[in-house]
Design a protein around this ligand. Structure first.
Ligand code: HEM
Length: 437
């Protein structure tokens, strides 16, 4: 994490304590009740001070929070945050299964989640400032005093959400298909599926964990965790230049992504439209999650030449083989002096690129989850996340080609899989899923 957080931490601590100790939220309510609040609070008013209870504990009018503004990604907007948002340093991904007794309870869950997610994204503590020793605190506390760290929380629903339990079977989007089996799949139930998918990102793992933990707490009685996966990439602190991150195979990963600042491109590649047939998904997107384990030990014994041929790019620069710079054009027609394609026919980028007309937006993270007990080898790889407007036309044909003949298949195995329809965004006062419910 860069400047803003550091400067906040040191300056705010003192103020935070003063605010916490001198005037609790409950004190304020009491004061408001006896009619003295106006005098006492002046122009700030009760609500102003309530919303001022940021995690760093200072008034939102204070200059230190202004310095924090670039650490906040607004939860609200026409699209959900966390899709075209530049990828943060960490991910905590979770799939939930519903246990709610009724559609009303499911709706309530999304309403509660919306409020909590918006609160956590803005760096505030959940619920009242709870100083009642006889109640569990309303916030679990591990993010207290910490920067918002560009937290985003993105919600989607899987095919099983529409299985009839809640009377929503008729609302399942045609584009929310179960993925077919792909070549090389070794999927495990423990990393697959889910009624609901929640992607939490932040530039701090403790903050991302805090968000997911509190969402799970709020879901009690309505949904249970099915599987989770944490992931990371090099932090912005380790590379302030923001160069394309490298995956655990040492290659820059994300170079060929479409431009998230190009609205027309995003409308074509990422955002669903009412004209696609499901009005409630308009401005939403379909997320594909694949837990892809890397056979790291095998990869580490392969030659640099083989590694580069596998991807079709140079490792050091990230440039297409035969080119110099990372962003140089991917020229798939280029031949060597013997007439052989410079980028092998089954190289990952050639197959994934195709004729260039079908794209997806990748937002993947590396993961490392200890040892595979059976083999004693590292269980590490890529938590692949891809967003697209219609997986039937984008992700599925792409992965069918890759699964069949990608040179990379020698070094990877897909162990988990899930798909989710990510709702459109909401404005303040609304709730995630409102277009469906
Ligand atoms: C462990 C699994 C994977 C690894 C390590 C990996 C790695 C890479 C790397 C290094 C590149 C080149 C740099 C770049 O453009 O980002 C790339 C490109 C790409 N990958 Fe993957 N990838 C994996 C899985 C997938 C999957 C499952 C898909 C989708 C089905 C996919 C789709 C793409 C696309 C669309 C490109 C860009 C091609 C272009 O230049 O147009 N990748 N990948």
């Amino acid at each position: 994490m860069t400047g803003p957080k550091d400067s906040n931490d040191s300056q705010d601590e003192g103020k935070s304590n003063v605010l916490d100790k001198t005037i609790s939220r409950r004190d304020l309510l009491r004061l408001a009740g006896v009619g003295g609040a106006g005098l006492l609070l002046g122009a700030t008013g009760v609500s102003g001070l309530f919303s001022a209870k940021s995690r760093s504990g200072v008034s939102s009018a204070a200059p230190t929070v202004a310095a924090n503004v670039d650490q906040i990604v607004s939860f609200y907007g026409k699209h959900q945050a966390g899709i075209t948002t530049p990828a943060q340093d960490f991910i905590v991904f979770a799939a939930f299964d519903l246990t709610a007794a009724s559609l009303g309870e499911v709706r309530k869950l999304f309403q509660d989640w919306t409020q909590a997610a918006a609160t956590m994204a803005s760096g505030e503590l959940l619920g009242d400032t709870n100083d009642n020793l006889n109640l569990p605190p309303s916030d679990t506390g591990e993010a207290a005093g910490l920067s918002p760290s560009r937290t985003t929380i993105t919600f989607g629903v899987g095919p099983s959400f529409f299985d009839g339990r809640y009377g929503l079977a008729g609302k399942r989007p045609a584009a929310l298909v179960d993925l077919p089996a792909f070549g090389g799949d070794e999927l495990r139930a423990e990393w697959s599926g889910g009624d609901i998918g929640v992607q939490v990102n932040a530039n701090d793992l403790q903050i991302a964990f805090h968000a997911l933990r509190n969402l799970a707490r709020i879901a009690r009685g309505k949904a249970v965790l099915r599987w989770t996966q944490e992931g990371f990439q090099r932090t912005s602190g380790a590379d302030p230049s923001g160069a394309t991150p490298r995956n655990l195979m040492g290659f820059r990963d994300g170079t060929g992504n479409p431009d998230v600042t190009d609205d027309a491109e995003m409308n074509k590649v990422v955002w669903a439209s009412a004209s696609d047939g499901t009005a409630w998904m308009s401005k939403g997107s379909y997320m594909v999650v694949r837990r892809v384990r890397m056979r790291i030990e095998v990869w580490d014994r392969s030659t640099l030449g083989d590694q580069e041929a596998t991807f079709g790019r140079h490792r050091a620069s990230g440039a297409p083989i035969g080119a110099v710079h990372e962003t140089d054009k991917l020229d798939l027609d280029k031949k060597d002096e013997k007439g052989k394609p410079v980028i092998p026919m089954n190289a990952h980028v050639r197959l994934a690129h195709g004729d260039g007309s079908v794209k997806i937006l990748r937002r993947s993270f590396s993961y490392s989850s200890g040892l595979d007990n059976k083999t004693g080898q590292l269980d590490a790889g890529l938590l692949f996340i891809g967003y697209n407007r219609d997986s039937r036309k984008q992700f599925i044909p792409m992965q069918q080609k890759l699964g069949q003949s990608d040179l990379l298949n020698e070094y990877i195995v897909h162990t988990g899989s899930a798909v989710f329809a990510c709702f459109p965004g909401v404005s303040e006062g609304g709730y995630i899923g409102e277009t469906l419910f």
